[in-house]
Design a protein around this ligand. Structure first.
Ligand SMILES: [Zn+2]
Length: 187
């Protein structure tokens, strides 16, 4: 009786063993791909999950980001790194690029009126050279695409550029090139 059972099991393996082996391999491969997909989703690679919106409509870059090459500042008559992008547009409205909270509203002679918004995932966006009347106040909860102010000539350090937005993006307290996250129209 026992031997008969064993024989039946061997018969079963002979008949279906290959199918079972194929099944195990297919399952292992599927599991591997699922794990890889899950890992990729959880590791921030710059643009994942966040839905960036543009700070101005149909903007033109009048001065691009540069952290290594110095650019001439015709107003201050000096060569300097430009850790921001300068944008102009027919519509001077300026919009938040992501959901967030207004961290500060400041003024200084060089950068003009500036709104700083803190976002998730370590991003901070800074909108400078705004006109004096901004549409937000400190601690306001902002939605991506919400108007926060208007571009102007308030940045006295960049008067040669005329009315524009001086837009700065930080990730984990480091300046990053906004072009890496936003599809800004090059000049
Ligand atoms: Zn600038």
């Amino acid at each position: 009786m026992e031997i008969g059972k064993e024989n039946k099991f061997i018969e079963f393996l002979k008949k279906y063993g290959l199918y079972m082996a194929v099944g195990v391999v297919v399952f292992a491969v599927a599991l591997t791909f699922t794990l890889i997909a899950a890992l990729n989703g959880s590791v921030p690679t710059g643009v994942t999950n966040l839905n960036f919106m543009l700070p101005m409509e149909n903007a033109t870059i009048v001065k691009d980001f540069s952290n290594t090459e110095l650019q001439e500042n015709a107003t201050l008559n000096q060569w300097e790194a430009h850790l921001a992008v300068d944008l102009t547009s027919e519509n001077s409205d300026v919009y938040a690029i992501l959901d967030g909270t207004v961290a500060s509203i400041d003024y200084d002679y060089i950068n003009g009126y500036t709104v700083t918004i803190e976002h998730s995932d370590g991003f901070v966006s800074v909108y400078s050279s705004l006109s004096e009347t901004v549409d937000v106040k400190e601690l306001d909860e902002i939605t991506a695409g919400e108007k926060i102010g208007e571009a102007s000539e308030s940045a006295s350090g960049e008067l040669d550029l005329g009315s524009h937005l001086h837009f700065t993006l930080l990730l984990n307290d480091e300046y990053v090139d906004p072009n890496d996250y936003l599809s800004l129209q090059a000049k």
